[in-house]
Design a protein around this ligand. Structure first.
Ligand code: T5A
Length: 209
């Protein structure tokens, strides 16, 4: 934490409902009277958005290139958006952050935990999330939900084993620091998911405010 501002991240496999969850989080923060910005990864600022294009729409990328580009985009995002906001006392809500690299590149691409941890220490350092909302879902359900959306990006085209590995990595990471996480059963109905998020934020309110 820098000043009193808090850093909240939203994570989960494809189609877990992060975009939908973000709407609920915004409503909660509005009720709490918090000054906040919403951002996303990969992206969130001009250079990082250019890197996002390469990441999601290149025909092929080597796993190590993918990892390096994720962290290159993240460095721009941290230095130009996240740190300045937190330093001004503005909360930051990011749709994905470093846990996605542990899950997708460490787990999915099988680069392993240690290499991502090294990059995390080097690039993210102390700018760690105060709260990570993990939208936990079995990949088959999430992928079914996004099937009708049309053109899939490069990562969405991976096989089911990739998504099983990344789902496990998300869960394993959350076990390392359980108090930092709100794990939401994202397979439930819209209403049940919304209630679970509201309840998780209520129970963390004293700690965060
Ligand atoms: N990536 C990212 C890495 O590999 N490493 C990294 O370090 C980082 C930061 C980003 C990609 O980059 C990868 C991960 C991703 O593959 P993106 O376009 O930003 O790509 O995609 P996602 O973040 O995956 O976002 P999605 O739009 O795919 O998923 P969401 O936001 O989780 O899902 P959402 O809310 O759009 O919902 C999907 C569908 O499900 C329905 C919604 O209406 C929607 O149709 N839905 C529900 N249906 C039934 N019940 C519910 N409870 C529902 N909730 C939502």
């Amino acid at each position: 934490m820098i000043n009193n501002a808090r850093f909240i991240t939203l994570e989960g496999s494809e189609g877990a409902g992060k975009t939908t969850a973000l709407k609920t989080i915004k409503k909660i923060l509005n009720i709490w009277g918090v000054d906040y910005i919403c951002t996303r990864e990969p992206g969130g600022e001009p250079n990082a958005e250019k890197i996002r294009e390469i990441l999601l729409h290149s025909e092929h990328l080597h796993a190590k290139t993918e990892l390096l580009l994720m962290f290159a985009a993240r460095n721009e995002h941290i230095e130009n958006v996240i740190k300045p906001a937190l330093n001004k006392g503005v909360w930051v809500v990011s749709d994905r952050f470093v846990d996605a690299s542990y899950a997708y590149q460490g787990g999915g691409r099988e680069l392993g935990y240690e290499v991502v941890k090294w990059m995390d220490d080097f690039i993210v350092g102390e700018v760690q999330a105060d709260l990570t909302v993990l939208m936990d879902i079995e990949p088959e359900i999430g992928l079914q939900r996004i099937k009708s959306r049309g053109q899939a990006d490069r990562i969405e085209l991976e096989g089911i084993d990739f998504f099983h590995r990344l789902t496990k990595s998300y869960r394993d990471k959350a076990k390392l620091e359980p108090s930092k996480y709100a794990i939401i059963d994202a397979s439930k109905s819209f209403k049940a998911v919304k209630l679970a998020i509201v309840s998780a934020f209520e129970s963390k309110k004293q700690e965060l405010m």
